[in-house]
Structure formats: C-alpha cells, structure tokens
Design a protein around this ligand. Structure first.
Ligand SMILES: *[C@@H]1O[C@H](CO)[C@@H](O)[C@H](O)[C@H]1NC(C)=O
Length: 345
C-alpha cells in the first residue's frame, strides 16, 4: 500500500513539473521570460505564469482596499509645452487648465518601471505639439513601478479603466471628441491603452498606437486580456523587439516591423532587448515629427520578419496619421541605425 502511494505521488509530481528544456522554450508560446528590474529574466511555463497572475489577482481582491491603482494625468498644450498641468475629473480642474476640446487630444502611457517623466513622453509630446495645437495628456500609472513585473501586469486592466474614465469624462462634460482622440502606449502601457479603448462609452477611440506591446505574461490567443485590433477604430502596432520584450505576432490592424521586428540596428549586444524595445518610441516620435518611414507590404508577418516583402515601397508610412482611414496588414520597415531612422519621405 505504502509503495503504491509513494509511486502515485511520484507520478503526480512528475506530471506537474515536466520542465520545458531550454532549447524548446519559445517566449510567448509555451511560457515567458519574465523581466526583472536588474535587466535579467527568468523562465516560467505558461501554466506557472498564469498561476502567478491568478494568485496575484486573488491576493489583490482580498487586499482590494489597500492596493489602489493610482493614475495621474498631466496636460501639455502649445501654451504649456514643457510644464504639465495636473488634471483631475472635475469641472474646476479642467476649466482651470489649458485643455481645449476644439483641438485633437493624445494620451501617452509609459511602460514598466517608468513614469510620466520618461524620455519617450517628452519626445512624443514635443513631436505632436510641433505639428500644431493639441492636448497632450501624459498618463502616470504608479503601479508600473512595482518591483515585480507580474504585479504591474495585474494592475493593467484597472489602470486602463481609469484612463477610460478620464476619456469618458472629457467627452461627456467637456466636449472632447473620440473621433479626434488617440491613445499611444509603450510596452505594458500599450496594454493599458487597450483597456482604455475597451472601456470607452459612446463609441470607440479614433486610434490606438501600441509601441512594442509587452509580451511577457500576455497571450496572443487571449485578445480580451491584451491590446487587440478591435480596441479602437484603428489600432497600429510598431513591433521592435518581437519575441523578446514585445510581441512578434501582429497586434495592430496595421502591424509594422522595423528591421523585421525582432531587433534594431544600432542596438549591439542588446542582450536584454531594452534598446530595441525602446526604439519603437523613438521611431514613433520621429514618424509624428517627420512622417519619414516608408514601408513594404508583406503577405503575412512571417514575411515581414524574414525581410521577404520585396523592395518596392507600399505607399503606406509607419505612424502616418492617415493610416487610420485605410491601412490593414503587415509591413516591413527599413530603418537606419541612428536618427533620423526612417528612410525618408
Ligand atoms: C466650467 O466651465 C463651464 C463652461 O464654461 C461652466 O458651465 C461651468 O460652470 C464651469 N465650472 C466650474 C466649476 O468652474
């Protein structure tokens, strides 16, 4: 009897813990490499990763009242291009700010470990304000700064709901139009943007731009739990560290693959992927400022990854504002190793 029980326990543990050999691990397919603050990462299987999220969600539910998801908004306009005005969902706050519903609005959402002072925010903000009159609202979500990546992932849906709440308030009480509102998010912030889009009332956002949407602990086949192509009238993705920190499979209705989407020129020894991952922001800011990223149209994303999309330009430019009206498909984008990155007008 004892032997049988021992054997049974052995069999159970063997089934539960069959590890995936290192050479068979495919990030995002049978598990994830989860980033750590020191730049290193560790592997978890899909089951382990999902269990990790489920445990954290349960813990948060129980501690709900002491684990808020604070989200703060800083408005920049052509009147205050470099010093943000903190705005809240009150008439007094919005009336006292330089928000002008006659101008288009852009929300920008940072990724893990970052804040509203992140360099990408400055670059993207400067690019839009350089084009004309805009309300640029930089989002700060404090839970992005959890030491544990998974803890930030768990906060993504609620952070997105808070962004949606501000959007709905500005639409309902201050005349902002969803038709002229776009949300831009980098990495984990791209998924926050997705949840903002899922929660708008009275219609869809005009566009969401996902800058190398984060891959660790997100699944391609669970689109309701990540940024997906239905979260706005048009969703564009700029994928620069695919299969590493970002998705390789196409996220946007228009999915753009600079240099094939996995790694970027000018990022040598990019072991962590951080350099290639951040390039998505630099490319986007440049595209807003210069509209200089011509692309080749591909049959599918695998062709884009392999740079097998021919040599003739498609007429579609990565990040172009008109994309929202006409673009669908996967695109290869040639890039230079230093700024200006695009191949030109
Ligand atoms: C804000 O502005 C609107 C429109 O100008 C006005 O109707 C409202 O009373 C103002 N509210 C506050 C609290 O200042």
């Amino acid at each position: 009897m004892k032997v049988v029980i021992v054997l049974a326990i052995c069999a159970l543990t063997a089934v539960a813990a069959v590890p995936i050999p290192e050479d068979q691990r495919v990030n995002g397919e049978n598990g994830w490499y989860i980033p750590k603050v020191d730049g290193s990462s560790y592997w978890v299987s899909t089951e382990e990763g999902e269990q990790m999220l489920a445990d954290l969600e349960k813990k948060e539910e129980m501690e709900g009242r002491i684990l808020p998801v604070p989200v703060t908004f800083y408005l920049y306009t052509n009147k205050n291009p470099s010093k943000g005005q903190k705005i809240t969902e009150t008439a007094k706050s919005i009336n006292n700010s330089d928000f002008d519903a006659n101008n288009p609005t852009r929300f920008v959402i940072h990724g893990w470990t970052q804040s509203y002072t992140a360099g990408m925010n400055k670059d993207i903000r400067a690019a839009w304000l350089g084009r004309g009159k805009y309300n640029v609202i930089i989002v700060d979500w404090a839970r992005a700064r959890s030491v544990e990546y998974a803890s930030s992932v768990v906060a993504v849906p609620k952070a997105g709901q808070k962004v949606a709440s501000m959007i709905n308030y500005l639409v309902e009480k201050h005349g902002m139009s969803l038709e002229t509102t776009e949300v831009i998010g980098h990495s984990l912030g791209a998924h926050v943007a997705g949840f903002a889009g899922k929660n708008t009332k009275n219609g869809l956002l005009h566009a969401i731009v996902g800058l190398d949407p984060a891959l660790p602990l997100f699944s391609y086949n669970k689109p309701n739990k990540r940024l997906n192509s239905n979260d706005a009238q048009y969703v564009e993705s700029i994928q620069t560290n695919g299969g590493g920190l970002g998705f390789l499979k196409p996220i946007g209705k228009g999915a753009f693959y600079p240099n094939g989407g996995k790694s970027q020129p000018g990022c040598p020894l990019d072991v962590t992927g951080a350099c290639s991952h951040a390039r998505s922001c630099a490319y986007y800011a440049e595209s807003v400022a210069r509209d200089d990223f011509p692309s080749m149209r591909c049959g599918d994303y695998q062709e884009a990854v392999k740079d097998k999309c021919g040599s003739s330009y498609s007429g579609v430019k990565m990040g172009a504002v008109t994309n929202a009206y006409m673009v669908a498909g996967d695109f290869y984008v040639p890039v230079h190793s230093s700024a200006p990155y695009g191949f030109g007008a």
